[in-house]
Design a protein. Structure first.
Length: 385
């Protein structure tokens, strides 16, 4: 999301399962009161789960996705471009790092109290499954686009984009953004070690901000550039934070998750690491969370009402946390299941199955000092080919 866009998300087929982008559309279910309320398909299994979080995976009941444990938790680069299994970009990138023992921020309680009191809409802790993560190869045709007003220089990259046959952008049947949504286009090309992410993509109608990520690059803390946007408002990669049906089916998600909030509830003009950007529409007070804030599920959170698939997501929230990446309404974003082996229906995770969570189940990870976005300027050389 560039300078002031609202919110943003294609699908991934290999073991590298990631997740979907949260749209700005509101939820349609009432927020639950307290504790973990069960709305998933497997009530008997969920009520039998432990009432508090156990971040170690069980080795029993292999048919239960929440019981399947990790096969390798070292973050060793085993995939293409030096990426570890189940992750995008290098294992050292912040979103791929275990923060289960990271220190808590000094203002954690104030931020959590603010969220608990002010972010309670029907869309709270709902999941959006609309962003596909597409796969490209060296043979995939590349297509240029005409930049629109949603393309920001030098934040965005004007390079041609690989366009896989039969794919589509977020919320559309093809590659034309006909509605008024975020229309994210996400394409992973492992042969060239690139991740292409575009906000308000559209061929023939023009395209918005394209952010190209080099999968094998050891980015420093400023990522693609400090004060610079990406296809998400906080300047982060989208696909690296999306969780997929294949990941849930395997019993493990190995990266932080993407979450979004209404701009009115995001601290005005500020961001923290690993972010590089904020936006003009942010209007929250000093105790609201800044862009790129990272929340971690508390080890004493009561998860007795979560179904087995939701338990897998909860373990990721306790181990890797979730990062505030964009502005919008639906809290969580998971990848569409167009080309994954598993489906969301098959693994038993629905849009409301995390709504039993409360903001008070989380704590804020210390990310260092906040950065005022308006006090700096994006300076980078855009990628053009």
């Amino acid at each position: 999301m560039p300078r002031s866009h609202p919110s943003h998300s294609p699908t991934l087929a290999l073991f590298l399962s990631l997740g979907a982008c949260a749209s700005e559309g509101g939820g349609d279910e009432q927020a639950s009161s307290s504790g973990a309320s069960l709305s998933g398909p497997d009530a008997s299994s969920a009520t039998a789960m432990s009432s508090t979080l156990d971040t170690s995976a069980s080795d029993s009941a292999t048919s239960d996705p929440s019981a399947s444990g990790p096969s390798d938790d070292t973050g060793t680069p085993t995939g293409a471009c030096g990426n570890a299994d189940g992750q995008l970009l290098l294992p050292s990138m912040p979103w791929n790092t275990d923060v289960s023992a990271a220190p808590v921020a000094a203002d954690s309680q104030a931020v959590i109290d603010y969220l608990q009191a002010n972010v309670a809409s029907d869309a709270r802790f709902q999941i959006d499954f609309s962003i596909p993560i597409l796969e490209a190869t060296a043979d995939t045709p590349r297509q240029s686009f005409e930049p629109t007003e949603d393309f920001f220089d030098p934040d965005c990259d004007p390079a041609p984009i690989p366009v896989p046959e039969g794919g589509h952008i977020e919320g559309e049947a093809g590659y034309t953004c006909e509605g008024d949504g975020d229309c994210h286009l996400i394409v992973v090309d492992r042969e060239s070690c690139r991740l292409y992410e575009q906000w308000r993509a559209g061929f023939g109608t023009g395209g918005g901000c394209l952010a190209i990520w080099e999968l094998d690059r050891a980015y420093d803390e400023t990522l693609r550039g400090d004060y610079c946007s990406s296809a998400d408002a906080a300047g982060l990669p989208i696909a690296a934070l999306l969780f997929t049906a294949d990941e849930v089916a395997s019993g493990e998600i190995r990266h932080a998750l993407r979450f979004i909030l209404p701009n009115d509830n995001i601290r005005a003009d500020e961001y923290v690491r690993p972010g590089t950007h904020s936006t003009f529409p942010t209007a929250g007070p000093g105790d609201a969370p800044p862009y790129a804030v990272r929340l971690r599920l508390r080890p004493d959170a009561d998860l007795s009402g979560l179904n087995p698939a939701a338990q897998v997501v909860a373990r990721a929230l306790a181990t890797y946390g979730m990062i505030l990446a964009d502005g919008g309404n639906i809290t969580f974003t998971a990848a569409a299941d167009d080309v994954t082996t598993a489906t969301w229906e098959g693994v038993g995770l629905g849009p409301h199955d995390l709504k039993g969570l409360q903001w008070s189940d989380f704590e804020v990870i210390d990310a260092g000092p906040t950065i005022a976005w308006s006090e700096g300027e994006c300076t980078r050389t855009p990628i053009t080919d």
